[in-house]
Design a protein around this ligand. Structure first.
Ligand SMILES: Nc1ncnc2c1ncn2[C@@H]1O[C@H](COP(=O)(O)OP(=O)(O)OP(=O)(O)O)[C@@H](O)[C@H]1O
Ligand SMILES: [Mg+2]
Length: 430
């Protein structure tokens, strides 16, 4: 953990210089034109990163010159780099260390997110949406790492469910994280405090797992307006519905086409196959992909929708159940998919999918049920034919279902097709 500067840092330096001049905070405020509240915030350490102009105004009012003035300004700068380190350190917290393996696929998504975060015109509020286990957190984390490797932007990772459980809120965490946790859990509107800490400094805040909480939109918007260089990246199963939000719906990993089953080189490059094989390897070291088992592996990836969490569960079963047996079970009885994904190692996955469906507005839920009648991939025109709904109403609903990741969009030779995830089909059937 990063510790505060041993000498007490800029808060103490400012206080000592003020007392040396025999000034109260009120008198210093009057002389410097810096508000008394800002002075109080700096001296109490609530604001770790005072703006450069504030520091200059204070130095002028305290009549600091020469080396003393240089040391005064340096102390303020050291404080802000302390904040940078403290914030970026949250990116290396426990939440992050679990992701030590390489990300599979997602090149386009990573490029897109990294671009939106740093290239002008930047997105200030980006939400990665999708079904549970699709890899939203993992992608956001990787995008953060990529931006961090290239640009020196402080980042704060906020695991929302931890803060909701009060785990983070009680631990020894920086004021910034505490204030952010308080804001997003709706305990209090801390946007003023956050704006004072962040100021005009560039920063990316990740709000990971904004699910099952009413998102405090007004304070979040106020914060974004007060801090022009702040960017917020959220991961959530559905959009936050905040004005200006840019939504990136994340589909599961691509699954193989039947024609790829005869070409092993092409098959292993399909992301869902790559991830499944990587996860099977430690469980079943003698397993090799070959022409005899290629269609079984490809079929398994398709049944599991290329959903990373489901692929992980299937691989973990390999210890007790060879892959072909698992495939047979899933092919013979779809209920076995339910049994697999609600298995003890990730019991939340299936219930999270059910919740994504249950929380749909009624009209969209009805449509989802009717779309179950269409097999395989279909076009919007097919859906109009099958449901009889007018195009505007249908596309509005499809948009909602796609952003929640309950349907996936597939591009084939320049045409767009839509399909329902198997896991969603089973959840609807229940
Ligand atoms: N592209 C990927 N490559 C390798 N592993 C991945 C990939 N995407 C996801 N995973 C792994 O799959 C699991 C589920 O991913 P993750 O936790 O990011 O899902 P999520 O969408 O955030 O789910 P939830 O909505 O429940 O929070 C994690 O173990 C993650 O490391
Ligand atoms: Mg997540």
């Amino acid at each position: 953990m990063v510790r505060a500067p041993a000498n007490g840092g800029f808060p103490q330096v400012l206080r000592l210089q003020r007392l040396r001049c025999g000034l109260t905070q009120l008198q210093l405020a009057a002389l410097s034109t810096v508000s008394v509240r800002a002075i109080r915030d700096v001296e109490s350490g609530r604001v770790a990163s005072p703006r450069r102009t504030t520091v200059d105004l204070l130095a002028g009012a305290l009549q600091l010159t020469g080396q003393v003035r240089v040391a005064f300004c340096r102390a303020a700068q050291a404080e802000s780099s302390y904040l940078d380190r403290m914030v970026t350190d949250s990116m290396r917290s426990d939440t992050f260390t679990r992701a030590t393996d390489d990300l599979v696929g997602r090149d386009h998504e990573l490029d897109t997110i990294a671009g939106l975060l740093v290239r002008a015109p930047r997105q200030r509020l980006l939400t990665v949406t999708g079904i549970s286990g699709v890899g939203k957190s993992r992608l956001a984390l990787e995008a953060g790492r990529r931006v961090l490797a290239e640009f020196d932007i402080p980042m704060l990772w906020v695991p929302v469910s931890d803060t909701r459980n009060d785990r983070t809120a009680k631990g020894p965490m920086p004021a910034l994280l505490r204030a952010m946790a308080t804001l997003i859990t709706g305990r209090a509107d801390t946007s003023d405090e956050l704006a004072a800490i962040i100021g005009t400094a560039p920063m990316i805040v990740f709000l990971d797992g904004l699910d099952d909480v009413p998102v405090p939109a007004p304070p979040l918007l106020r914060l974004l307006m007060e801090c022009p260089q702040l960017t917020v990246v959220a991961t959530a199963r559905m959009p936050l519905d905040i004005p200006g939000e840019c939504v990136l719906p994340l589909a599961p990993l691509a699954v193989p086409e039947p024609c790829q089953e005869r070409d092993l080189d092409s098959l292993v490059r399909v992301p869902s196959v790559g991830l499944l094989l990587r996860q099977v390897a430690p469980m079943q070291p003698d397993f090799r992909l070959n022409l005899a088992n290629a269609s079984m592996v490809a079929g398994l990836c398709r049944i599991l929708d290329g959903l990373p969490a489901a692929l992980g569960l299937a691989a973990s079963q390999c210890l007790t159940e060879p892959l072909p047996n698992l495939y047979e079970q899933l092919i013979n009885d779809p209920r076995n998919l339910h049994a697999l994904i609600s298995g003890h190692s990730e019991p939340m996955l299936y219930s999270a999918v059910i919740r994504s469906i249950e929380t749909l507005p009624k009209g969209h839920r009805t449509l989802l049920n009717r779309l179950m009648e269409i097999d395989g991939r279909w076009t919007v025109n097919d859906a109009i034919g099958a449901t009889g709904l007018p195009r505007p109403e249908l596309t509005r609903s499809l948009h909602v279902l796609l952003t929640r990741g309950l349907l996936r969009r597939v591009e084939q030779q320049g045409n767009y097709f839509i399909s329902m995830l198997n896991i969603v089909r089973h959840a609807c059937a229940e």
